[in-house]
Design a protein around this ligand. Structure first.
Ligand code: UD1
Ligand code: MG
Length: 443
């Protein structure tokens, strides 16, 4: 029997090598190509600085290009067993053609297709500022190839019912088509939820980096670190299985290995990009970075069959999205930018929560929401002295809530605060997934 490293490690170490390459390429290409973005008019003003010069925007396009190019170059690696001599001869002779794991290949191709669509959408959004009602359905279309592959793999559409609800619903409920609807909505959620928790130097890339690390850590729990492995006659990708592993757990390992192949280079590009995007930012991610990173998470969540665990790593984004709903759905006005603001008068670099001004008195529903949010310290209301009407409220975003609760802060400290919340969210996610789930589910 071979030990684990001698069998799977070639691909895992290749993937680690690609991750390092992704980091180095992004690190060097971003400053090298930033000027070209300025010339092409892809630029934005830093809303939270007093300086008025322009900074290259949509630099996520460089990160996305490096990421997708490296993923494409990586494709042959997991199939290298089939490229070796005798396998090749058999292929040429048409003997082993049926053995080639086309299924696995289609998984990669569908994933890359979805990433390309997300990148295109993000870039178009940067250039044309697409309206919300137009850009929401596009990730849903991008998820169709993923759903087809999920279907072809005989993907599960049943959800296990938590123990306390079993007396009503039984042990499991088959959601059928609804499960596919849920997965396609997941791709829209992952892409847009990062985009609306944005606008502070380093924030977008930091979130993506922490989520990617969390997913990779979760994947590594499924690698058979403690097993002895044999290289068997099996034909699946990598040609690896663990002695004593049932077919199911081997499949599980392969899905998480696939997810690692996508997450490791993502960690590379995000850290390379973050180096230039950290306060004071020299480049902006644009919607391109938010969309392609979000889609990468949706891809591994769907194809790795762990979409519910993935959502646990999005706790801050879910909170920010739910908080944003009254503004996104127009119950409360939504200014073009909801990022915190500098105090114009003071010369300090402290940031304050930004506010939405009510030109018209807020509707009755809006007033109820404002009062409830205010009592939960999610917003700070300002009343008109004479009429007693609500005059303004702080915008409903996580960075503003942090400022409402903790008081004015410097810009990088807000990014660090969100990062701490994101890491705490991931710790909570791991304890829910592997600790508390015992309370609700059987081992
Ligand atoms: C989303 C948010 C918006 C937020 C914006 C900031 C919603 C519904 N929309 O809009 O509230 O203000 O993102 O990204 O929540 N910028 C900085 N510093 C940064 C990054 C960006 O000042 O570190 C500014 C730059 O001017 C840049 C602009 O944000 O040009 C990019 O905004 P854009 O991505 O076009 O905004 P949306 O995604 O539409
Ligand atoms: Mg944006």
């Amino acid at each position: 029997p071979f030990l684990y490293p001698s069998s799977t490690l070639p691909f895992l170490s290749a993937s680690l090598g690609f991750a390092l390459l992704a980091f180095l390429l992004t690190l060097t290409l971003v400053p090298a190509l930033g000027g070209a973005f300025l010339l092409a008019d892809l630029k934005g003003r830093d809303l939270l600085k007093r300086a008025t010069h322009y900074i290259p925007e949509s630099i996520g396009l460089i990160a996305a290009s490096v990421y997708i190019a490296l993923l494409i170059l990586f494709i042959p690696f997991p199939f290298s067993n089939f490229l070796q001599n005798d396998e090749k001869k058999k292929l040429v002779e048409g003997l082993a053609r049926a053995d080639f794991p086309h299924q696995q290949l289609s998984v990669y191709l569908a994933a890359i297709l979805s990433l390309l669509i997300a990148t295109l959408l993000g870039f178009l959004d940067d250039v044309f500022d697409i309206r919300w009602r137009h850009k929401l359905p596009i990730p849903i279309i991008a998820s169709v190839p993923l759903l087809m592959v999920y279907f072809a793999e005989g993907g599960n559409t049943r959800v296990i019912v938590p123990k306390p609800l079993r007396f009503v619903l039984g042990n499991a409920v088959d959601l059928g088509v609804l499960y596919y609807v849920y997965m396609s909505l997941l791709s829209t959620f992952c892409t847009n939820s990062i985009n609306i928790l944005a606008g502070i130097n380093g924030l977008e890339a930091t979130q993506a980096l922490i989520i990617a690390i969390s997913v990779a850590l979760n994947d590594s729990l499924y690698l058979p670190w403690r097993f002895n492995l044999t290289v068997g006659e099996s034909t699946h990708v990598g040609g690896v299985y663990a002695a004593g592993m049932s077919y199911g757990s081997r499949e599980l390992m392969e899905r998480h290995l696939l997810s690692l192949y996508f997450m490791l280079p993502l960690i590379g590009v995000c850290s390379g990009f973050l180096y230039h995007n950290w306060y004071p930012a020299r480049v902006f991610p644009g919607d391109t970075l938010c969309y392609f990173t979000g889609m990468a998470f949706a891809v591994v969540g769907i194809l790795g069959h762990f979409s519910k665990t993935l959502l646990l790593f999005f706790i801050p984004q879910i909170f920010n999205f739910l908080l944003s709903c009254p503004q996104i759905f127009g119950i409360i006005p939504c200014p073009r930018h909801r990022v915190p603001r500098l105090d114009e008068k003071a010369s300090s670099t402290l940031l304050y929560p930004s506010r939405v001004q009510f030109v018209e008195p807020p509707s009755r529903l809006a007033t109820v929401i404002l009062k409830v949010f205010s009592s939960l310290r999610l917003t700070d209301l300002c009343y008109d002295d004479e009429t007693g009407r609500i005059k303004s409220a702080t915008n409903f975003t996580l960075p503003n809530v942090i400022l409402v609760i903790a008081g004015p802060m410097k810009e990088p400290h807000i990014t660090i605060a969100v990062a701490v919340i994101q890491i705490a969210g991931s710790c909570l996610a791991f304890s829910i997934r592997y600790g508390l789930s015992g309370l609700f589910y059987d081992g």
